[in-house]
Design a binder for this molecule. Structure first.
Ligand code: NAD
Ligand code: LMR
Length: 344
């Protein structure tokens, strides 16, 4: 007699529909397995994976679909490869918007604005038309903050709070740099903040960060004991890390970007760890840190019940204020340039 297999017992939730755009690209190749394996939305959550790319990439996408099938992952109920937005954006629970052009050596991310921002206008409109109003949208394609803002503006029927952009990679980079410096595992460093733009003006701020060492929590400045490094090379290393990876690999980061996407979306779905905050680019209106309204700006956040809350009350000294203002000014300029390209 057949008995229920433990795996099928865990398949009782309704499947959720998750879109990854740029699905034939290099980030997607590092990302799709983790999503389909339950590492993001939960080990008991069946998934319908929608894979969007442009028409010339459909043959490559076929190969990705074959590989996903060949993984024999029990949570993966269906894979839908497509080049059509009306198929790709239909009834989505989550959308991870990666598809766009990456920068090459010597470029700033904002140099991609002209090539990429139109994609996010089209895809914002498609979210508005076809996706669930509860859809959670993560924008990864660069320049991620401004693309996210354009997508959100192009989807007026979806709450702006549902849109976020990826600065978790910068957050993880900052955490890891401090951990390596102190000689502790990366999870012993918490509460770093990435303020602002996912660009070379971003401000990785460790004034509120702590290191777990010798059985107690120590402020990062006390643990590192090198203020000049924390206010100098540490910041530029994190700001320039994407460019350093491109210089070395001749391709932009993919494995670490995929890991950060998983961290970001998992925290949206299940909440941030108790007593800890993370960084995410979110809609700035109404914040308490004097950041201009109507930007997608990276803040320290906690998340509960799929709802984020900015961590208020962190003390901002003059050093931090200057850096936060500089990255905000860049975002204002990017927003205005994007709008002039698109007339959104
Ligand atoms: P890639 O070139 O390997 O893949 C991009 C894919 O997007 C390609 O398959 C391409 O055909 C597809 N694409 C292009 N236009 C599309 C459209 N309109 N709809 C659907 N798909 C489309 O690039 P990648 O390395 O995967 O990087 C993708 C993007 O992510 C780049 O813009 C890169 O700069 C950005 N990125 C952001 C972060 C971050 O932390 N925010 C980190 C790494 C990379
Ligand atoms: C990164 O930070 O690695 C990505 O945004 C890719 C890039 O262009 O730097």
């Amino acid at each position: 007699m057949l008995t229920d297999h433990p795996a099928s017992l865990s398949l009782q939730l309704d499947p959720i529909k998750v879109l990854v755009t740029g699905a034939a690209g290099q980030i997607a190749y590092s990302l799709l397995y983790s999503i389909a394996n339950g590492d993001v939305f939960g080990k008991d959550q069946p998934i319908i994976l929608v894979l969007l790319d442009i028409p010339p990439m459909l043959p490559v996408l076929d190969g990705v679909v074959m590989e996903l099938q060949d993984c024999a992952l029990p949570l993966l109920r269906e894979v839908i490869p497509t080049d059509k937005v009306e198929v790709g954006f239909k009834d989505l629970d989550a959308a991870i918007l990666v598809g766009s052009m990456p920068r090459k050596e010597g470029m700033e991310r904002k140099d991609l604005l002209k090539a990429n921002v139109a994609i996010f206008k089209t895809q914002g409109a498609a979210l508005d038309k076809y996706a669930k109003k509860t859809v959670k949208v993560l924008v990864v394609g660069n320049p991620a903050n401004t693309n996210c803002l354009i997508a959100a503006k192009s989807a007026p029927s979806i709450p702006k709070e549902n849109f976020s952009c990826l600065t978790r990679l910068d957050h993880n980079r900052a955490r890891s740099q401090v951990a390596m410096r102190v000689g502790v595992p990366s999870d012993c460093v918490k509460d770093v903040v990435i303020w602002g733009n996912h660009s070379s003006t971003q401000y990785p701020d460790v004034h509120h960060a702590k290191v777990q060492m010798q059985g107690k929590e120590v402020p990062v400045f006390d643990a590192v004991k090198d203020d000049a490094w924390l206010k100098g090379d540490f910041i530029t290393t994190v700001q320039q890390r994407g460019a350093a990876v491109i210089k070395a690999r001749k391709l932009s980061s993919a494995m670490s970007a995929a890991k950060a996407i998983c961290d970001h979306m998992r925290d949206i779905w299940f909440g941030t760890p108790e007593g800890e905050f993370i960084s995410m680019g979110i809609y700035s209106s109404g914040n308490s840190y004097g950041v201009p309204d109507d930007l997608i700006f990276s803040f320290p956040l906690t998340i509960k019940n799929k709802t984020w809350k900015i961590v208020d009350g962190l003390e901002i000294n003059d050093f931090s204020r200057g850096k936060m203002d500089a990255t905000a000014a860049e975002l204002v300029e990017e927003r205005d340039t994007a709008i002039s390209f698109l007339s959104v």
